[in-house]
Write a protein of this length. Structure first.
Length: 394
């Protein structure tokens, strides 16, 4: 039985689909986004988000509304909706009716930073959305490591072999045309974690980014990322550092969900599939090598009490159950229970206070998507039928 809430969600998804169709006929944006202009648009969009929330009388988060607005295409798939949340089509209409220029915040590509470097701006903002929601790996560096592993799957026998192949495209000067993990993606991954950690509900996204990018260099970017993501660590031993990066990935609840949905995670024993492990370790190795080289092999000292890891095991179980993946949820629960029963108390400087907020109503979302697809299918069928009849009359 479809409830009124689900029916309303169906309408929202149909409206969102209409927005996508509208975007398809909009003129293409500039080849490179202007940083200052993008920050100005984010300021205006966030102001409208705050205004929209007041008028609607709800407790929505203006940061989520603003960043969610920018997520289109590959950043609005099912996994993104589970983790980053479903975008609000009502707000999209509200904002663009008042300020049509804000459409330019959707589908953004290359932007030139104040220091002259380039970055995938759309990827940066989408990843910040997940970092803000407490899922800092899956949408940033962890997700790109997974994609790199998928890209080279089956082309080597061990992690070292994979790493040697991956070096050919990893961090290369590229906008995503030739590399699944080029320099623009890499900067977006590191920056989304560090800058995203500074986002607060009552703060300004644009101000956080303006402050972060003031006088930024590669050493500062990498060292801050390492300290926040891995704690105090010796980057001089690249092998050990790579092992630490790999372990961080596979122990992360957000990454486990992502790997499972990409057929890289075993359901029964709830761990990485043996055939997928070497490639994923290879991607961890090339990331470790880059970070180590960038900071000169230093021992990084972390003074933070917060590590950017997803501590949301129970939310992962709930999400799997809501998706109808009951067997996977059961095995994930067993793994969670085992970890909790054997884990020793962590030192204070190793404790994270980041908690993921997977969408526990994903099953309703699936129903919504199915309903919307049926309606859109009827529209497409009708259009094709009309076209066919017209062609016959000719």
């Amino acid at each position: 039985m479809i409830t009124e809430a689900i029916r309303n969600r169906i309408v929202q998804v149909i409206l969102a689909a209409a927005v996508v169709l509208m975007l398809a006929v909009l003129p293409a944006g500039a080849e490179s986004e202007d940083f200052d202009q993008t920050m100005d648009r984010l300021d205006r969009l966030q102001t409208l988000a705050e205004q929209y929330i007041k008028e609607q009388g709800n407790n929505a988060d203006p940061i989520d509304l603003t960043l969610g607005f920018t997520r289109v295409g590959t950043y609005n798939t099912t996994i993104w909706q589970i983790t980053a949340g479903v975008r609000d089509p009502g707000f999209e209409s509200y904002a663009t009716d008042q300020d049509p220029d804000l459409w330019n915040l959707q589908g953004m590509g290359t932007a030139i930073l104040p220091n002259g470097q380039t970055i995938d701006m759309g990827h940066l903002l989408a990843s910040m959305n997940l970092v803000y929601r407490g899922i800092p790996l899956a949408g940033s560096w962890g997700g790109d490591c997974m994609e790199l592993a998928q890209e080279y799957a089956g082309q080597a026998d061990d992690a070292a072999g994979y790493a040697a192949l991956m070096q050919n495209t990893f961090a290369m000067d590229d906008d995503g045309t030739y590399s699944v993990f080029g320099d623009q993606d890499l900067r977006a991954d590191l920056d989304s974690v560090v800058a995203g950690s500074s986002l607060e509900k009552d703060g300004s996204i644009a101000d956080v980014l303006r402050s972060y990018y003031a006088d930024l260099d590669d050493y500062s970017r990498a060292s801050r990322f390492i300290a926040m993501s891995f704690g105090s660590v010796d980057t001089g031993s690249v092998t050990d550092f790579a092992d630490h990066i790999y372990t961080t990935m596979v122990k992360d609840a957000g990454m486990q969900l992502l790997l499972y949905m990409n057929q890289m995670w075993g359901e029964e024993d709830w761990t990485i599939l043996p055939e997928c492990e070497p490639a994923l370790r290879g991607s961890a190795a090339v990331l470790a090598q880059y970070l180590s080289t960038t900071v000169g092999g230093e021992k990084i000292k972390s003074d933070s009490t917060i590590l950017m890891k997803t501590q949301a095991g129970q939310a992962l179980v709930d999400a799997l159950n809501a998706m109808g993946e009951t067997d996977a949820a059961s095995h994930a629960q067993q793994s969670l229970d085992s970890t909790q029963n054997t884990a020793s108390p962590a030192p204070a400087d190793r404790v994270t206070k980041m908690y993921a907020s997977f969408d526990g109503k994903i099953f309703q979302l699936i129903l919504v998507v199915i309903g919307a697809a049926a309606v859109l299918g009827m529209v497409v069928f009708t259009a094709l039928l009309i076209t066919h009849k017209r062609s016959r009359k000719r």
